[in-house]
Ligand binder design. Structure first.
Ligand SMILES: Cc1cc2nc3c(=O)[nH]c(=O)nc-3n(C[C@H](O)[C@H](O)[C@H](O)COP(=O)(O)OP(=O)(O)OC[C@H]3O[C@@H](n4cnc5c(N)ncnc54)[C@H](O)[C@@H]3O)c2cc1C
Length: 338
């Protein structure tokens, strides 16, 4: 549990931004976490998982970065059809998914290949290809920074919504997620193959009765073909959320763009595709020196190497303003800005 000083976080954020933290330490247990917090009672904190959903906009982080390395993959309950798996928050999300699939535990397959840690997975209720973690979530244990108590959160207490949870809103900065328990199927898996790209890829590969492992493989190949690999081009996946707007806004948009993609959310609300709006506004593939908007996916802002976080943030500001002016739609960032 070595505490490093003036530590470069470049390798610890998928945008690959240079940012120096005053202090940096890993923790592998609650005891280690407690002793670090005792040693640095007044420092500003940043809990870091895989750094795949953050953008550093300052040259320095003036505080203590706590890198979560709590491990574990334990079956805590099991019946004929279901299994409850408790994973340490410091496990890699994708490795967790792979371990579940090796055991033929279903429910996580559509969420294959999402970067980051298990501990961060509830933060924004990660989701992909028609599945969100709230669909399989059972409970989590989190460390309350102020009282040093460990609290258990069930699904209701997490207040999950689209890319949201109570930990991003009301309880922001108050808890460190130690472990998460997911309830998965052992048989009669409920496959989610409706998503267009999955359906097309299964068809292309002549798979008529897919297994959960097939779905995972297909999801991985779709993701590899569509999204830039952060090891090659710095990015944090979708920079913006898909906006949820009133049907009145949709009707107005349809006057100018008859085929605007939209997905019903409720009687009077629809979800629009932020990537479509950004592409229509002409931003897709735009390069500004060493940063820009990805050429294949307009939702993804990229660092081609050496960009400053602040430049990427300013680009996101310009995009938000432009989308507001052109379409009357307010985009919200998905990425956590620091
Ligand atoms: C190429 C790419 C593709 C992506 N695709 C998707 C996708 O399909 N769907 C999706 O939902 N997301 C996606 N993301 C975003 C990202 O992978 C997820 O949000 C992921 O859950 C972030 O995990 P992390 O460990 O990297 O979190 P970090 O970036 O380290 O942290 C994110 C936030 O959570 C906080 N945090 C992290 N761990 C803890 C903890 N244990 N306790 C309390 N707070 C904590 C941090 O302080 C920070 O505020 C993608 C990112 C990339 C780079």
């Amino acid at each position: 549990m070595e505490v490093r000083e003036n530590f470069n976080l470049k390798a610890f954020n998928t945008f690959g931004i240079d940012c120096y933290s005053k202090y940096f330490s890993t923790f592998e247990s609650v005891d280690e976490l407690k002793s670090l917090l005792e040693k640095f009672p007044n420092e500003k904190l940043l809990i870091l998982g895989g750094g795949s959903n953050i953008l550093f906009t300052e040259r320095n982080f003036d505080g203590l970065v706590l890198y979560n390395q709590i491990k574990g993959f334990d079956i805590i309950d099991e019946s004929d059809g279901f299994v409850s798996v408790k994973s340490g928050g410091g496990e890699s999300w994708h490795q967790f998914v792979m371990k579940c699939l090796e055991q033929n535990y279903g429910g996580v397959e559509n969420l294959s290949f999402i970067p980051g840690s298990v501990g961060a997975s509830p933060m924004q209720n990660i989701g992909a290809y028609g599945v969100e973690i709230k669909d399989i979530f059972e409970k989590l244990e989190a460390f309350h920074i102020k009282t040093k108590e460990i609290h258990t959160f069930n699904k209701d207490k997490c207040e999950f919504a689209y890319r949201e949870s109570v930990f991003k809103r009301k309880l922001k900065g108050q808890y460190i997620i130690l472990n998460v328990t997911y309830r998965l199927t052992k048989k009669h898996h409920s496959l989610k193959t409706d998503y267009g790209a999955i359906k097309d890829e299964l068809k292309k590969q002549n798979i008529n009765s897919p297994t959960i492992q097939d779905i995972s493989r297909v999801v991985i190949s779709i993701r590899e073909s569509k999204l830039p690999n952060p090891k090659e081009i710095g990015n944090a996946g979708s920079f913006f959320k898909n906006p949820i707007v009133s049907t009145d806004i949709l009707v107005e948009l349809q006057k100018h763009y008859a085929h605007v993609p939209n997905y019903p959310v409720s009687n009077d609300k629809v979800k629009l595709a932020a990537g479509w709006l950004i592409e229509k506004a002409g931003w897709k593939g735009k390069v500004f020196g060493n940063y820009g908007v990805h050429k294949k996916q307009a939702l993804v802002l990229v660092n081609y190497g050496g960009a400053k976080g602040n430049d990427i943030y300013s680009l996101s500001e310009q995009i938000i303003q432009d989308i507001q002016e052109k379409f009357g739609v307010t985009l919200e960032r998905e990425v956590n800005i620091l």
